[in-house]
Design a protein around this ligand. Structure first.
Ligand code: ATP
Ligand code: MG
Length: 564
């Protein structure tokens, strides 16, 4: 095999099946070598990380092959849709780093879709059915039993045309009649059994107002919108695979020239310990089980952004799981791993004490203040270093002291030595407890010869703990976020509601945490590593008087340990 062939083979291996398909199409000159995709959200909720997966492939394919990707709001159901959602969707796509070529709305095609429906009726390929939804459902049959024909299936074309007009004028009540495509009631594909293509909805639309009362169904709007826009590759998730014959059937009636869109499906993103559907996320918001669409525990992009997840981390996670033809559920830990990986590279290391207790260095002069050099990020030299103040009174984590410690406890316990990070080795000499036995102060002595950076004293201590100088600390609120659900699949138990599996400890608020004063100018969304604890960012609720930090992710995965 020649070297050239070899490289092509290598290159092919790393392409996913969608890229391979597009390359083949380009080679064959399909649609004149044009690549055009769309991202088609329904504006009925905020985008979640599943949508990010679709966005990466829709926009990514266009970018990679010199084409364009449009944003199309699939706004064919006025009942659930809202402008608030339209705005948030645009913001989230931009945050992921993409720009659409054009913004379209399926509602812009209502006239064209209407005209096409009329054409179908005239061609004897659609009819008005006056049966109730129940009756229609009963006639559908099952995948193995053919359906039965509606008594209205062969009504005169003229009658259907007149009734279709009336469906749109308000003369006919919701649910009284529908327009159905006349395809095949015996098809093995249930979607081909005379699908409903128009129904009456008597609710104003957020863009077209009261102009329309008859609204096209998703299946009738989607492929045709692709066609009107010039989409070449219509990418969607696997649940639409069974809709593809219908997508193609409509196109067969519509296409006259050589251009034709094609639908291709890929696997949906599913994550453990969460629910991934706007409908369910909306319930959490409406029932106030979370603080809103951007609650940091939500799998919405706005929630993840607020929590401190970066778009780079989300992208890297999606790259890792890839695009396939098989649905599966991905481990939430893998997402968290990607978040840590990215934040590790970019965040400044700071000192934050979540649950503070005071450590007094009894042999350290009372008004002495020393400046200790600390490296901002050991992963990135260019981030430099800074000075932190060291004094006689320090805040340390309550966890870092134990009165009666087990043998392998290397932190502070009477008689034991630890290193205070970037400062001295201290030896614990005692503590003070209140009447209930709660430790209120810990005492220690420092050894002047052990200042960090000094020639090695030869003394080795096993533990290093972090600290914040009491007079140089800020009182802050810390929100410790954890997974929203306690089980891997909150939808698995059909007897129960997913809401029965909400994690009662998914948010723990600490009102009395301490951070170094260096953080006083930090702004919402700024991220840091609180050494030894995790990654934290400033919440949008934060004010200069009352700073609020969110735990983005702990330094280590505590769930793995519990579950394995
Ligand atoms: P939901 O069930 O959460 O409402 P949806 O599929 O109804 O999702 P749409 O707004 O209709 O949401 O979807 C826009 C695009 O995003 C579609 O192409 C859809 O296939 C894709 N998408 C939605 N959820 C996921 C997911 N979990 N993984 C990958 N792509 C998704
Ligand atoms: Mg949908």
């Amino acid at each position: 095999m020649s070297l050239e062939n070899n490289t092509t083979e290598e290159n092919k291996k790393s392409l996913n099946f969608i890229e391979l398909m597009v390359e083949k199409d380009l080679k064959e000159g399909r649609n004149n070598g044009r690549v055009q995709t769309r991202f088609p959200p329904e504006p009925n909720g905020y985008l979640h990380i599943g949508h990010a997966k679709a966005i990466y492939i829709d926009f990514g394919i266009a970018q990679k092959y010199g084409g364009i990707c449009n944003l199309r709001f699939d706004d064919t159901n006025p009942v659930k849709e809202d402008v608030e959602y339209v705005d948030s969707i645009m913001e989230d796509i931009k945050w992921l780093g993409f720009e659409w070529a054009n913004i379209y709305y399926a509602s812009d095609y209502f006239q064209q879709l209407w005209d096409f429906a009329i054409q179908l009726i005239k061609d004897g390929k659609a009819y008005i059915d006056e049966q109730t939804a129940d009756e229609i459902a009963k006639q559908k049959g099952t995948p193995t039993v053919p359906g039965t024909h509606s008594p209205f299936r062969n009504r005169p074309i003229q009658e259907s045309l007149e009734l279709f007009e009336k469906m749109n004028t308000g003369e006919i009540a919701e649910g009284a009649m529908v327009l159905r495509a006349k395809i095949d009631m015996a098809s093995s594909n249930m979607h081909m059994r005379d699908p409903i293509i128009y129904r009456i909805i008597d609710i104003p639309h957020h863009r077209t107002g009261t102009k329309w009362k008859a609204y096209p169904m998703y299946d009738f709007a989607h492929g045709q919108s692709d066609f009107f826009e010039g989409v070449t590759h219509s990418l969607c998730t696997l649940e639409f695979e069974v809709h593809r014959p219908l997508y193609d059937w409509f196109l067969d009636q519509l296409v006259t020239g050589s251009y034709r869109p094609r639908q291709t499906e890929f696997n949906r993103l599913g994550l453990t310990y969460t629910v991934m559907s706007k409908r369910l996320l909306l319930q959490l918001v409406q029932e106030k089980l979370v603080s809103g669409w951007d609650d940091p525990r939500m799998v919405t992009l706005s929630g993840m952004r607020r929590r401190g997840y970066t778009s780079a981390a989300i992208r890297s996670f999606i790259d890792k799981i890839g695009y396939t033809k098989y649905d599966g559920i991905n481990d939430y830990s893998l997402l968290e791993h990607s978040v840590r990986e990215d934040l590790n590279k970019h965040t400044t290391r700071v000192s934050g004490v979540i649950d503070p207790i005071k450590l007094i260095i009894t042999n350290y002069p009372e008004d002495k203040v020393e400046e200790m050099e600390t490296i901002n990020n050991p992963e990135d030299e260019s981030m430099g270093s800074r000075k932190i103040k060291f004094t006689r009174e320090l805040w340390i984590e309550r966890d870092d002291f134990m009165e009666n410690a087990p043998r392998k406890y290397f932190r502070l316990t009477p008689g034991n030595e630890v290193r205070l990070k970037s400062a001295y080795i201290v030896k614990c000499t005692g503590f003070k407890a209140d009447e209930e036995g709660n430790v209120v102060e810990v005492y220690a002595e420092y050894d002047e010869q052990t200042r960090s950076g000094m020639p090695e004293s030869g003394r080795k201590v096993k533990g290093t703990i972090h600290w914040v100088s009491v007079p140089h600390s800020l009182d802050v609120e810390v929100r410790l976020y954890d997974r929203l659900f306690t089980v891997e699949d909150p939808m698995a138990d059909k007897e129960k509601s997913f809401k029965d599996f909400l994690n009662p400890d998914s948010l723990i608020v600490k009102q009395n945490s301490k951070v170094e004063e260096y953080l006083k100018d930090a702004k919402p969304l700024d991220s840091f590593q609180f050494q030894r604890i995790g990654y934290f960012n400033v919440d949008k609720d934060s004010t200069p008087e009352h700073m609020v930090f969110n735990r983005t992710v702990a330094l280590k995965d505590s769930w793995k340990k519990q579950n394995s």
